[in-house]
Design a binder for this molecule. Structure first.
Ligand code: 7TS
Length: 413
């Protein structure tokens, strides 16, 4: 394990953190929406455009060779980042959303028929609900949900036996919930699904950059995540899938890069991953992502996980000590609480909390967090959310809770 990092010193790697917002030092607690980028990632992007920019996989000139080498090295690095058996199983996408849409549009269209069931959980992000609903409209597939028990965000696994009918062909679930901050037992659930011949997809948008991820240990068939939430650039994401599954899937989009031969009537496609990467890809994205992965793994994701959890437990405890507050997700001290805290103040809209916090320099998120069905189930419209990353400090949590206390006073509480 990497030695314990100097968290305070790491903040210096993030130029953006060193600024004032509305006259107050910025406290950035919206990391579940997107993370900030260290200098090393910014430099990798600048270096690529200043020295190596060319199109990939086609030129036989020096710059094209360099761009291709950088692009493909990022694929190899990504495989290592999630312990995938082969770089050929790594497909670059725009993000988690596109990764899941790709599976629905290709694997789903080929393997699912009317009456089959896609099993999700009630805490999924819209990006792991809507693609399946769209597929359901086209094919007659049904979508079912593992229930959430309540405000603590736990999955009601007592319902699992009844839900795992022979019609279930896919289990697709979130690793860490972006609105509840709960870490789900994905390995256990994938193992149960596997025994029944059910294909599995794990949405790792909130987990990939926050804890060590090993897709072989999880035992899933697909794993999706976004570069921008793990210190990488926006516009680049990853879909990992087992090679034999990927190579049996039809293409996603058609065009250049993904073909072996094209005739006027017939086209032969490349194997994975290129079959799924039509057209000129985002080239700087994987190169920036490569730098981000190196950066995170030098810190050690096991260290990041401990740090994130510590901040979340600390924030939860401090918020729980306030009156007139409703907290979501596992209580402080639970090993499955990840690095974010969702909450509601009595009689204060989450958007007001976020607006007032912004005036104090604190960046939060308020809303349904793209988990509208879960919000409805819990009987709320929205929550306020503080989401942490390794560059956040206990002093920032103290300042954030103080701001929440001031907001309560403002509303006469
Ligand atoms: N899945 C989860 C669990 C997420 O948290 C998000 C984004 C996505 C999928 C989609 O990722 P994208 O990169 O394709 O957009 N979550 C959030 C959030 O919590 N606030 O803003 C985006």
């Amino acid at each position: 394990m990497s030695s314990i990092p100097n968290w305070q010193a790491l903040r210096q790697d993030f130029p953006i953190l060193n600024q004032q917002v509305h006259g107050k030092p910025l406290i950035y607690l919206d990391n579940a929406a997107t993370s900030q980028k260290p200098r090393r990632v910014i430099d990798a992007l600048v270096h690529y455009y200043e020295h190596d920019n060319a199109n990939v996989h086609r030129g036989i000139h020096e710059l094209s060779n360099r761009a291709t080498a950088g692009f493909e090295a990022a694929r190899t690095r990504t495989a290592k980042f999630i312990n995938a058996p082969s770089a050929e199983e790594i497909i670059f996408t725009r993000g988690t959303t596109e990764s899941i849409n790709l599976v629905a549009a290709t694997w789903g269209a080929k393997n699912l028929k009317a009456g089959d069931v896609v099993l999700l959980t009630e805490m999924e992000h819209h990006s792991n609900i809507v693609p399946w609903q769209l597929l359901a409209q086209r094919t007659g597939v049904k979508v079912a949900y593992i229930p959430v028990t309540g405000d603590d965000g736990a999955l009601d696994l007592t319902k699992l036996d009844a839900l795992l009918t022979p019609q279930v062909k896919l289990l697709s679930l979130v690793h860490i919930s972006n609105s509840m901050g709960v870490l789900n037992p994905v390995a256990e659930l994938c193992a149960r699904a596997r025994k029944l011949g059910i294909t599995t997809l794990v949405d790792g948008a909130q987990s990939a950059g926050h804890l060590p991820v090993d897709v072989q240990a999880i035992g899933c068939d697909f794993f999706a995540f976004s570069g921008h939430k793990i210190c990488g650039p926006t516009g680049i994401g990853v879909l990992w899938g087992r090679q034999e599954i990927l190579n049996a899937m039809p293409p996603y989009q058609g065009g250049g890069e993904m073909i072996l031969t094209v005739g006027y009537d017939k086209t032969e496609f490349k194997p994975a991953p290129h079959r799924f990467e039509a057209g000129t890809p985002d080239i700087s994205g994987p190169i920036g992502l490569h730098a981000a992965m190196d950066y995170l793994d030098a810190i050690g994701r096991e260290n990041i996980w401990k740090h994130d959890q510590e901040l979340a437990h600390y924030a939860y405890e401090k918020l729980a000590a306030l009156n007139h507050i409703r907290l979501f997700g596992p209580p402080a001290g639970s090993p499955n609480r990840a690095g974010l805290v969702s909450f509601l103040l009595k009689d204060v809209h989450a958007h007001d909390v976020v607006t007032l916090a912004d005036q104090a320099g604190v960046a939060l998120r308020g809303g349904h967090h793209c988990t509208q069905p879960l919000m409805h189930k819990l009987g709320v419209e929205s929550t306020a959310r503080a989401s942490f990353y390794f560059y956040n400090t206990k002093a920032e949590v103290d300042a954030f809770v103080e701001v929440i206390r001031e907001i309560q006073k403002f509303f006469g509480q």
